[in-house]
Design a protein around this ligand. Structure first.
Ligand code: CP
Ligand code: NVA
Length: 306
């Protein structure tokens, strides 16, 4: 049977995604109650290709594999043949001969798709220029843990129409919630991704209007990895789009604030926002571990009942 890949949230059905969220919560509770005793991956290996920097993604995948009794290999283009021009497809075929799954953080989403097309083992998108679906598993898990089902709720994205924003759009489709995107002109998400979401997703320009009554507010850096030279221009263009405590005050009284991190305090968020009790970003970051365990288990073993 062909391997299942996880390149965007659309690669799994809505039922499978709902299963993953509940399974991640079960795995987290089991870890807290019994410690890392559940080890379904004895002698299994995950290859992790990082062409961009990472703290949370590397640590969560590596820890997930260790706690599950397996092993994770960190591969960077600086010291593999990928960095010297070995074709992506050849690399995928070689890794398929040896490892059980591959996780990739890279620039081009098309490059990731090429890799997956040539791979016999599951391939996981650990961030491309266009999407960051693993982060959304942790984000929806966090929202669900704290507030129950997200179906029919309203989330607000303030900031750049970037890879995270695209994955929030896909999440709105798959988990059936409304998403308001509030961005400066010229920083909208990709039109095709937006159009596919239909009327679940709307574009607004005024942050205070966008957050009114919202159940969840989230943002991300103004300049993503690879856009460092645009930092100064973006700081000017995003003036007025900093998420503040006053914005959360205008949302629902039970609003939560998420940020995939790393955050730039004083830029896309106020200096103090992460200290506000409505900000649940540390739980969100920790949930990367549990959500990705559920994902790895699903891709390698299918749905489990315990
Ligand atoms: N949120 C996230 O993916 O963090 P890292 O870049 O540290 O992996
Ligand atoms: N949009 C950010 C997310 C980092 C986790 C980036 O791509 O750099």
């Amino acid at each position: 049977m062909a391997a299942r890949h996880f390149l965007t949230l659309l690669d799994l059905s809505q039922d499978e995604l709902r299963y993953l969220i509940q399974r991640a919560i079960t795995i987290k509770n089991g870890l807290k109650a019994q410690g890392p005793t559940y080890a379904p991956f004895t002698n299994r290996t995950l290859a992790m290709i990082f062409e961009k920097s990472s703290t949370r993604t590397r640590v969560s995948f590596e820890t997930a594999m260790a706690q599950f009794g397996g092993h994770a290999l960190f591969l960077s283009p600086r010291d593999t043949q990928l960095g010297r021009g070995e074709p992506i497809g050849d690399t995928a075929r070689v890794l398929s001969e040896m490892v059980d799954a591959v996780m990739i953080r890279t620039f081009s989403h098309q490059g990731l798709e090429e890799f997956a097309a040539a791979s016999d083992v599951p391939v996981i998108n650990a961030l491309t220029d266009d999407y960051h679906p693993c982060q959304l598993l942790a984000d929806v898990m966090t929202w669900t843990e704290l507030r129950g089902s997200v179906k029919g709720r309203t989330a607000v994205w303030i900031g750049d129409g970037n890879n995270m924003c695209h994955s929030w759009i896909n999440a709105a489709r798959q988990f059936d919630f409304s998403l308001r995107i509030c961005c400066p002109e010229g920083y909208e998400p990709r039109e095709d991704i937006l159009a596919a979401a239909g009327d679940r997703v709307t574009i607004l320009r005024d942050p205070m209007t966008a957050v009114a009554g919202a159940d969840l507010v989230t943002t991300d850096v103004w300049a993503s990895m690879g856009q460092e030279e645009e930092q100064a221009r973006r700081e000017a263009d995003f003036a007025g789009f900093q998420v503040t405590e006053a914005m959360l005050d205008a949302a629902d009284k039970d609003v939560l604030f998420l940020h995939c991190l790393p955050a730039h305090r004083g830029e896309e968020i106020s200096e103090t926002l992460l200290d506000d009790p409505r900000a649940v970003v540390w739980q969100e970051a920790g949930n990367r571990l549990h959500a990705q365990k559920a994902l790895l288990e699903f891709l390698m073993l299918g749905q489990v009942s315990h």
